[in-house]
Design a protein around this ligand. Structure first.
Ligand SMILES: [Zn+2]
Ligand SMILES: [Zn+2]
Ligand SMILES: [Zn+2]
Length: 346
């Protein structure tokens, strides 16, 4: 396990890195070099301990890219920044668990303050992540998506740029790979985007690939015809959702809250809703933003149905459009309703 301490300057000094199995490599006896305050963390920009090692034969040297605090805050590997438990990109994990990816501030001043506090809490042995409280169905989805074995191919040497131009003269002795890059390998890693889960192209590919394998069971109650969409940022308008989902059948209403980053898409028929889930679950991207799709909940008895504004005594049915006068955008969700904060239970 890892241990890290702070030096006089408040910089991290650690004895062992936090790594996933893939980055660690097959050879348990590999040697690791360690350089205290060797470089700045790619996220918080503070100096931290850099580790370098070779994860196996014909593999490239790897090094830690982000500090231990930044890694712990997201429960990710210090080198590849994949989630330590599921081996998936942060954006995929947070999307499916419906955890707020924006928890670590991205502006310098706020982040510094946040990280200092977080370090105190981590030092006290507190768990920083809120993933424990995440929906169990969502966790199960992640488990099904997770890679079961380490993926050592990811550690291979980089592609030889001279070979690509037809200019490498080193032949067999060239330490780089003589292959043409795939589309995937042409995309450069943007550490911050991957860390914060902002439009990570890798996350998008994982979602597309996995979406074909993982299917969502429709709720037993046949009256449920609404989908619950999360991750809806201000880049996405009600019209965008309307346009995307109209392809599956007639829509009764789309209710969107940018404040809650979620929306409900209510179909007229169950068939349309099922088709929409089948076609979009795990692979919905609108304006380049990955969205999470889940089924809406069955109609509840009483005034607090999920689409109704929090008006005591106002008994709006779940799938009715909002009453006139309530702007779609500013639909008031019952703020204390925990089911709205987490993913809906299936
Ligand atoms: Zn850091
Ligand atoms: Zn890793
Ligand atoms: Zn070469």
């Amino acid at each position: 396990m890892s241990s890290s301490n702070l030096s006089k300057e408040g910089w991290e000094e650690s004895e062992f890195p936090i790594l996933c199995e893939t980055c660690l490599g097959e050879n348990p006896y590999m040697r690791m070099t360690r350089q205290a305050h060797g470089r700045e963390c790619k996220i918080c920009e503070r100096p931290f301990t850099i580790f370098r090692w070779c994860p196996g034969r014909n593999m490239r040297y790897k090094k830690t890219e982000i500090c231990q605090t930044c890694a712990k805050l997201k429960n990710i590997c210090q080198t590849c920044m994949f989630d330590l438990e599921y081996g998936l990109p942060v954006q995929v994990r947070d999307n499916i668990l419906n955890v707020d990816a924006g928890a670590v501030p991205q502006s310098d001043v706020n982040r510094e303050y946040f990280i200092q506090n977080a370090e105190k809490q981590l030092a006290d042995g507190q768990h920083y992540l809120e993933y424990q409280g995440a929906d169990s169905a969502a966790k199960e989805t992640l488990r099904r998506m997770a890679r079961k074995e380490p993926y050592y191919k990811r550690n291979r040497a980089h592609i030889c740029s001279f070979f690509v131009k037809g200019e490498c003269t080193r032949g067999e002795t060239c330490p780089y790979r003589h292959e043409l890059p795939t589309e995937q390998e042409k995309t450069k890693t943007n550490f911050k985007d991957r860390y914060y889960g902002n439009n990570d192209p890798l996350a998008k590919r994982v979602m597309e690939k996995v979406g074909e394998r993982v299917q969502l069971q429709p709720p037993e109650d046949p009256t449920v015809t609404s989908l619950f969409i999360t991750g809806v940022t201000s880049d996405i308008s009600q019209e965008d959702l309307q346009r995307v989902f109209a392809a599956f059948g007639e829509i009764r209403s789309v209710v969107l809250s940018h404040a809650k980053k979620c929306a409900f898409v209510n179909f007229l028929s169950r068939t349309a809703a099922e088709l929409a889930v089948e076609k979009t679950y795990g692979r919905l991207a609108v304006n380049g933003i990955i969205l999470r799709v889940a089924w809406g909940k069955p109609r509840k008895q009483g005034p607090r149905s999920e689409l109704a504004p929090a008006k005591p005594g106002h008994n709006a049915p779940t799938q009715a459009p909002l009453p006139p006068g309530v702007a779609q955008e500013k639909a008031q969700y019952p703020s204390q309703d925990p089911t709205l904060l987490g993913a809906p239970r299936q």
